[in-house]
Design a protein around this ligand. Structure first.
Ligand SMILES: CSC[C@H]1O[C@@H](n2cnc3c(O)ncnc32)[C@H](O)[C@@H]1O
Ligand SMILES: [Zn+2]
Length: 432
């Protein structure tokens, strides 16, 4: 456990007005002790190290609320298709050939990319998720993990549910509490009502939340209407699935009454603008959600429908997509930053994350602002959303530990991970 004193420009994300141009953060172990202008660390605070990040902006680590980390192995394998043919013709046959070891290397690759671009927490759903847990533990990052479950038949559904329960028993609160386990029924069109209810009951018994894809495409809306005569969200409500912690990914096709349902049941939305654009799924009604006080976080989805895991790019896209369809006043820079930090923490149910303030977890990143694309410095939030790229991130701290310093990853062997990922992706593609 180390004590650090960081000197930098600080954007704590506590309030739109809060910014410390000559700031100072004191960290003791995994927690923030103080945040303010220089000289505000408690008297007698004796750091092991002073990190001089003058000319860097330090802000909360970014929270990616919906991804499939190991899908980095499918990056560039299947592009320019709509969701269902993409899944059925390309993605699922590829995933059928992936071994648990492949999932480990694919997840490690994702974690390299995430750390490099300032993501400190991810909410993930995939097969062989214990391998993703192993990679997360090694990397030092924070994650909410779930076993993605599809009940093609009763046996397959029950087996995956047992795996999710096992994942919970083995990894919930692992890594000093950095890992939390949720349950991951894939979507209303891939899970029966009976199966969803069993999943919900098992999750409730363990006090775990649910992570599910919801209302992503027009085709999903048509399928569910044909099967059940209603919308995906109303069907989930009828099945008794809503209530407790739910992360609903995408939420593109929801009417006003359904937005009210989201609010009533405190459903958190994981908004994935780049995936929604790339698959031509549509545009989620984010301004309307925010107006209602619905918790919205930002996600990249997997690297096959994005195709990167850069949350800086995602923030820019989130804002531009709404402006294109609505008005330039929609989704302003500070609102998007909130979504990627504090909003993500709310969606993830992590109470002491998403802001830099005393008592909160010490998860933060620094962005090198001494670069041409950050001058003149009229507005720091504007530059972070409209100018910054993941590659501008230089320092990453999670749980009070430095995971990236001056652009060097300290916990992951990046070169080895890239080589392994390339080799394994080629092998899998050759087997499909
Ligand atoms: C069973 S593990 C999770 C499962 O989800 C698939 N997936 C990736 N992106 C999406 C998306 O945008 N909508 C629906 N399903 C998606 C992934 O390939 C895994 O099979
Ligand atoms: Zn997804």
């Amino acid at each position: 456990m180390s004590r650090y004193l960081i000197r930098a420009m600080i954007l704590p994300m506590t309030d739109a007005q809060d910014f410390y141009p000559q700031g100072e953060i004191a960290i003791d172990g995994d927690r923030i002790v103080s945040v303010g202008e220089r000289g505000t660390a408690p008297a007698g605070f004796n750091p092991d190290r002073v990190l001089d990040l003058t000319n860097h902006v330090v802000m909360p680590g970014l929270i990616n609320t919906h991804t499939h980390a190991a899908m980095t192995l499918l990056r560039g394998y299947a592009d320019d298709m709509p969701l269902m043919p993409w899944l059925q013709e390309k993605v699922w046959p590829f995933e059928d050939k992936m071994t648990p070891e492949d999932i480990y290397w694919g997840s490690s690759l994702a974690l390299c990319e995430m750390l490099r671009s300032g993501t400190t927490t991810m909410t993930d759903m995939y097969i062989s998720e214990e391998e993703t847990a192993r990679a997360v533990l090694e990397s030092g990052t924070r994650a909410l993990l779930s076993r993605g479950m599809i009940d093609h038949n009763k046996e397959a559904g029950n087996r995956s549910l047992q795996e999710n329960i096992e994942l919970f028993r083995k990894y919930h609160n692992a890594g000093d509490g950095r890992i939390k386990i949720m349950f991951g029924p894939h979507a209303p069109y891939t899970c029966s009502g009976e199966f969803l209810l069993t999943v919900k009951q098992e999750a409730d018994k363990l006090g775990a939340g649910i992570h599910i894809h919801l209302a992503e495409t027009e085709s999903e809306i048509a399928t569910i209407r044909e099967r059940y005569g209603t919308t995906p969200l109303c069907w989930l409500e009828q099945q008794g699935i809503l209530g407790g912690q739910i992360i609903a990914a995408h939420c593109v096709y929801l009417n006003d009454a359904e937005l009210d349902i989201l609010k009533r049941y405190n459903v958190g939305v994981a908004h994935n603008p780049e995936s929604n654009m790339k698959l031509s799924s549509g545009t989620a009604r984010i301004p309307e959600m925010l107006k209602r006080g619905i918790a919205v976080g930002l996600g990249t989805d997997g690297a096959s429908s994005n195709n990167d895991l850069d949350m800086f790019g995602e923030m820019r896209s989130a804002s531009f997509q709404q402006k294109l369809l609505g008005s330039p006043e929609d989704l302003k820079a500070y609102e998007v930053l909130k979504m990627a930090t504090d909003g993500g923490a709310t969606v993830a149910g992590l109470k002491d994350l998403g802001k830099l303030q005393p008592g909160y977890k010490a998860d933060m990143i620094s962005i090198d602002f001494d670069q041409p694309h950050f001058y003149p410095r009229f507005s720091i939030p504007s530059h972070l959303v409209y100018c910054a790229r993941g590659g501008d991130v230089r320092t990453v701290i999670v749980d009070g530990k430095i995971l990236m310093e001056d652009g060097r990853l300290l916990t992951l062997d990046e070169q080895k991970i890239c080589r392994e990922a390339e080799k394994r992706a080629r092998r899998i593609a050759s087997e499909v």
